[in-house]
Every structure is written in structure tokens, then in C-alpha cells.
Write a new protein. Sequence first.
Length: 264
Amino acid sequence: MILLSFDTEEFDVPREHGVDFSLEEGMRVSMEGTNRILDVLKEQGVKATFFCTGNFALHAPETMQRIMNEGHEVACHGVDHWRPKETDFAQSKEIVERITERKVYGYRQPRMFPVSDSEIARVGYTYNSSLNPAFIPGRYMHLTAPRTWFMKDKVMQIPASVTPWFRFPLFWLSLHNLPEGLYHKLVRRTLKHDGYFVTYFHPWEFYDLKEHPEFKMPFIIRNHSGHEMMERLRNLIIMLKKEGQAFSTFSDFVDKNAPLSTQK
């Protein structure tokens, strides 16, 4: 089972490197990237979950509608990606549900920062995917956190997948920078061990970042970005389909695996 997800946010990474970057510029980059992702998913006939910030939902209604029209799940990803707050989970839900006119069941905190599980449950989420149980100095130091899904406060916690033994992260940066064959091998090994696989990407990775030196993006992010990343995503999906794997939204995964007393 494959849980493919996209943190659908306004592009703000240049601001981390001292570049004055507006919300309008960030939205333009992310809308183009999201449509490229949707093109690949439509071509391959697979469904995914899009964790959307309140900013993205408010400023990209047509793109949001396309996500829903093509059968994907919309979940929440805070309000303002650049300034995440502990209270964003509630406001994010209100905004995204108002824009989509659909109930939202899942949450992922921007940059996978910690979030209160009891508060997530209180406002009505059934799952939380805000944990990367990897060892990445300065970013994620979660060597003792569970690697696979678990229940907490009646909410299913769905961590991003890492390899079973060394907790090597299999998220977006890994597909950018590892040889594709090695990345595919690590994914297959993790799938065999865990029985399912969770990964995530961002729309701006699918924008042609190498053509914009003014963004001051590090090489590890620019590497294989744009159309090359579209091809890498396509190749990953094709490999997984050849392995006989099915693709699932996060909500469908929760419905199939959570205790009956916690299901919506």
C-alpha cells in the first residue's frame, strides 16, 4: 500500500536564505508545481493526499478544485507556512473546509514541527502525519519515535517512512539526490518490512528551480528539480505499480486500519 502525499504550500524556501520573497511569488511557483504533479498522477491513474495550507487554499481555488475533481484527498497543513503556530490546526481546518465544502480528516504541521495530539483530536481530525522518525541533525531527532503508524488520543499517527534499521529518510530530498535505482531499492525493502510506504513532496520541487539563481536555493534542492523531478515521480509510481502495489489516500488507509471505535 502506497500513501503518496504532497505538502501543498506557498513556496517560501528562498526566505530561509535571506531572499525577500512575496506570498504572490510563492503562490505562482507552487500553483505551477501542483499542476505538474497532478498531470503525472492523472497520467498514471493514481490517487494521493494533498496537505494544503490555508494560504494555498485561499489563493489557488482553481487548483484546489482540480485536486478534488481528479479524486485526490485534501488535508490540512497549517495556515501560513512561513509562520506556523500551535493553533494553526484549528484555523487551517476552518479555512480548508470552507473553501472545499468538504470535511477534512487529516493534518500535517508545517516542517513537521510538533503539534498537540489531544488538540488535534479535539477539533475533529482522525489522523496526524506530522512525524518524520529519522535522524537528521538540526531538523529531525526522532530515533526513539515509532517508525510505523500508531494510535494516540484516538488519532492515527502516520509517520513518514524511513528505512527499518538505520532510519534513513525516504522523503523528497532522497529522491532528488540518490541514484534512482538505490532509492527504489530502499523503498522496496521498507515496503517488504512494513507492508506500506509513506512519502511526501512539495509542489515547488517540480518547478524549474535551476533556472532561478536569484532564489539562492541549495544544490540538494535544485538537483533534479522541475521536469526531471516529474520524471522521477513518474518512474517511482511505475516501479511501484510493477511491484503490484496499490495507492491509497490517507483517509482510506485510516478507514482500513484504525480501531472501529475511532473511525469517522
